[in-house]
Design a protein around this ligand. Sequence first.
Ligand code: ATP
Length: 196
Amino acid sequence: MVIGLTGGIGSGKTTVANIFASYKNVVVYFADAEAKKLMNTSKEIKQKLIAFFGENTFLEGKLNRPFIADIVFKDKEKLQVLNSIVHPLVKKHFKEFVKANSHKHYIIYENAILFESNSYTNCDKIITVFAPLDLRIQRVVKRDNTSKEKVLNRIKSQWKEDKKLLLSNYIIENISLEIAKNQVHKIHNILTEKSI
Ligand code: ATP
């Protein structure tokens, strides 16, 4: 069973995913982190990226993130090309991960753009992590040492919260860690009962 886990920037998805990861019979796939890893390790992705974006795409064998980010930020079509190169391989990698972990009670698929990328359609259930906007901005400003305006710009590129919540099976309110842990525990109990 694949459980999609998402939430807006700074809502605390990664924090909540790590709580789920503490259960022995659960495993978490961090989609963004895995995609970043694959961009550095997959020969196929590397070859395709260099063919389209040029030799500067990799510096000393590592993906030149600022170079790529600068190009795709300004050009939506190029962003689509980047996604069309990376996404199929990440999808394949995730399928293999699911197969290798089929003995687990369920797999948490943590993805910041679960809805925006349409990946939610492949999940059995969806959990959305929610926190008030002010708190999310405060957290990200502190974590990334960035400005409120930059965080707001990132938030604007994502789906509105109410739309995500309407499509979710469970909502975790992450205001305090203690409350979030309690909610994770309740959801875990429901999910493990159902899959016995
Ligand atoms: P992004 O989409 O930007 O990756 P995210 O939704 O994964 O963000 P996290 O990285 O989990 O969010 O949390 C953002 C920041 O807020 C982190 O520094 C994290 O430690 C902190 N944080 C998350 N939840 C709580 C909480 N309940 N109490 C205190 N700090 C928290």
